[in-house]
Each structure stands twice: as C-alpha cells, then as structure tokens.
Ligand binder design. Structure first.
Ligand SMILES: *[C@@H]1O[C@H](CO)[C@@H](O)[C@H](O)[C@H]1NC(C)=O
Ligand SMILES: *[C@@H]1O[C@H](CO)[C@@H](O)[C@H](O)[C@H]1NC(C)=O
Length: 129
C-alpha cells in the first residue's frame, strides 16, 4: 500500500477520533448571583466564568474545579429563536445543582458570553478542557 495512502488513512482516523472526544450535547441555564459560598470552594470567590453541575457531571464533587468549554448550539425554550452568539466560554465547576433542568447552570457572566440571557435556557455542546 502506498505510503501516502497510509498517511491519509491515519489522518482520517485521527480526525474521526477527534470528533468523538470533541463535544457532548447538553443544556445550560444561568442564575444570578452565582451563589457564595460554593460547594467546592466555600467562601473563596472563584471568579467570573462559573458553572454549577447537574448530577451526572457533579459525580459527588469530583467535578470541582474542572473546566469545560461550553458552546451555544441553539434555543432550548420556545421564544428566542436565535440566542447563540457564535462564541465559546470556559467555565469552572464550583457548585452542585441537583434541581437544575440543565447540564450546567452557568453564571450570568458566562452565559452572556455565548448567548442572549433572554433565552433563559439553551442547547450547548461541551468539552472538558
Ligand atoms: C461523596 O464524597 C464524600 C466526601 O468526599 C464521601 O464521604 C462520600 O463517601 C462520597 N459518596 C459516594 C457515594 O461516593
Ligand atoms: C478554553 O481553554 C482551552 C484550553 O486551555 C483553550 O484552547 C480555548 O481557547 C479556551 N477557549 C476560550 C473560549 O477561552
């Protein structure tokens, strides 16, 4: 087999693999204020671009301090038809949100980077970074 074909196949497989690890679909809401003390860092102010995780991500606190890159992919509520700003934001997990109807409950600052807050809830893709 020609070497260039092998290289092309290897690159195609890497691209396939990359698309597997790339992004997981989910939803995001937001809340304000972002709620101190946080479950992860107590009274320490953890910054601006934050998220509370729902159960599957939270995993009994092992998600604390993890960072996720979150991208808006569309509206999750009726009303706002085009809330996405076409940007991504990196957020740090600081809290647990067992009652959230979303994968992540973002700080308003983080939500506003990627979408119009009037949308309330959005569909997202996320990747741990
Ligand atoms: C959850 O974490 C706490 C504190 O680290 C620990 O005591 C508890 O056993 C953990 N629970 C489970 C189900 O892993
Ligand atoms: C998020 O963090 C990753 C890894 O550090 C970086 O490559 C990416 O550019 C960051 N994205 C944003 C929107 O800051």
């Amino acid at each position: 087999m020609a070497k260039s074909l092998l290289v092309a196949m290897a690159m195609a497989m890497m691209a396939l693999h990359a698309s597997f690890v790339a992004a997981v679909p989910g939803t995001a809401s937001f809340s304000t204020p972002s709620g101190l003390p946080s479950a992860c860092f107590g009274p320490v102010d953890p910054g601006v671009f934050l998220a509370a995780a729902s159960g599957e991500i939270w995993n009994n606190g092992s998600a604390c301090g993890r960072r996720y890159m979150v991208t808006c992919t569309g509206p999750a509520n009726a009303g706002e038809t085009n809330p996405c700003k076409g940007t991504s934001v990196n957020v740090t997990i600081v809290d647990y949100c067992p009652a959230c109807q979303a994968t992540f409950d973002l700080s308003l600052d983080a939500f506003a980077v990627i979408a119009d807050p009037n949308a309330g809830r959005i569909n997202i893709e996320y990747t741990q970074v």
